[in-house]
Design a protein around this ligand. Structure first.
Ligand SMILES: [Mg+2]
Length: 305
C-alpha cells in the first residue's frame, strides 16, 4: 500500500492507533487488580471484574498502570527522541524506567537490564528460559512507529527490542505476530486481518494454537498469546474482549494489556468505555496521547520518504 493509502484518512488511523496504545494501558490497569488470581477466585470475589478499582497484590490506585505500560512509555520516549529505532536509546530508557522505582518489574526484564548496565550488550545469549511475555507486553509504540515500514525492518526492530531482555524463539515469534496484528488492524482489515496473522503464527509455531482453549493464562508467552487470541476472537467489542481476558486471571495485567492493544487497534479509542478511560492515570493517558501523535508522524514521514 502507498503512503497515501496508509495515512490518507488520518482521523481514523489516529483513533485506531490511540486505541492500541490506550487499550494497552487500560487493559493493564484493569487486569492489575486480579493478577495472580484464578478464574474461580475472581468469580467468587467480584462476580465479573469490570471496574477500574485498583488494589490487587500491588495495592494499585484505581487506574494505576504497571510495568507493561511503564516499559511501553519508556520505549516510546526513546523512539521519539531518536526519530526511529535505536537499540541503545531504547535500552537506556528501559534502565531509566527501572531506576525510577516502578511498582513492579519481572525477573527476566530485571536480569536483562542488569546485563545491559554491566556489560553494555543489547542482547544476552539465546535462553530457552526467556519465554515469558515481558517483551510482548510493551509493543504498542513499536507497532505505531513501524506502521508502513518494510517487513524486514518491522521484524528487525521488534526482535531487537525483545532481545534487550528476552532472547527466545517463541517470544520473538509472538512479538512479530502481535506487531503485524496491530498493523492489520490499523490498515482497517479488522478481525479478519488479525485472524490472518494469527493463522500465520500458528502455522509456523503450532504451540500457539488456541482452539480448543486450555485455560492457561500464565506469563509464559504461549499461554499469554493463546489467552489473548481466544478472547479476542470470541468477542465483538473492546469491552468484552478485555473484560473476558482479565477475568481469566493469571498474568491478567499483561494478558489485559496485549488484548487491549489488539482490540484497541481493531475497534478504535472511541470504542474504549469512557468509565475506563476516565479512571486511567491522567499523566499516563496524556503521555499515551502525545506519544501516539508523535509516533504516527514519524511513521508517516518515513513512509513519505
Ligand atoms: Mg504488569
Amino acid at each position: 500500500m502507498s503512503a497515501q493509502d496508509l495515512f490518507g484518512d488520518m482521523a481514523t488511523l489516529e483513533d485506531r492507533a490511540l486505541g492500541a496504545y490506550l487499550g494497552l494501558a487500560v487493559g493493564d490497569a484493569l487486569g492489575g487488580t486480579v493478577e495472580f488470581m484464578t478464574r474461580r477466585e475472581i468469580e467468587h470475589k467480584y462476580g465479573v471484574h469490570s471496574r477500574m478499582i485498583g488494589g490487587g497484590w500491588l495495592n494499585l490506585k484505581p487506574g494505576q498502570v504497571t510495568d507493561d505500560t511503564g516499559m511501553a512509555l519508556a520505549m516510546g520516549r526513546a523512539l521519539i527522541t531518536s526519530g526511529g529505532y535505536n537499540g541503545e536509546a531504547v535500552a537506556d530508557s528501559f534502565v531509566a524506567w527501572l531506576k525510577s522505582k516502578p511498582v513492579d518489574c519481572g525477573n527476566t526484564v530485571r536480569r536483562g537490564l542488569r546485563r545491559y548496565i554491566n556489560q553494555g550488550t543489547l542482547e544476552g545469549p539465546y535462553n530457552e528460559g526467556d519465554g515469558g511475555n515481558g517483551a510482548a507486553m510493551r509493543l504498542a509504540p513499536l507497532a505505531l512507529i513501524s506502521f508502513g515500514a518494510a517487513d524486514e525492518d518491522i521484524e528487525a526492530w521488534t526482535v531487537a527490542q525483545a532481545h534487550i531482555t528476552h532472547h527466545q524463539g517463541r517470544s520473538d515469534a509472538a512479538c512479530v505476530a502481535l506487531v503485524r496484528m496491530v498493523h492489520a488492524a490499523l490498515r482497517g482489515e479488522g478481525v479478519s486481518g488479525v485472524r490472518a496473522e494469527a493463522t500465520r503464527l500458528i502455522e509456523a509455531h503450532p504451540k500457539f494454537g488456541f482452539s480448543p482453549y486450555r485455560g492457561h493464562s500464565s506469563a509464559y508467552i504461549v499461554d499469554t498469546v493463546q489467552t489473548v487470541l481466544h478472547f479476542y476472537f470470541s468477542a465483538d467489542s473492546f469491552r468484552t474482549c478485555v473484560t473476558q481476558t482479565v477475568n481469566q486471571g493469571g498474568d491478567a495485567d499483561t494478558t489485559g494489556a496485549i488484548a487491549g492493544m489488539v482490540a484497541g487497534a481493531t475497534y478504535g479509542a472511541s470504542a474504549i468505555p469512557s468509565a475506563w478511560k476516565g479512571k486511567l492515570d491522567r499523566t499516563v493517558a496524556a503521555e499515551v496521547k502525545a506519544q501516539t501523535r508523535a509516533l504516527l508522524m514519524l511513521a508517516q514521514r518515513r513512509a513519505d520518504g
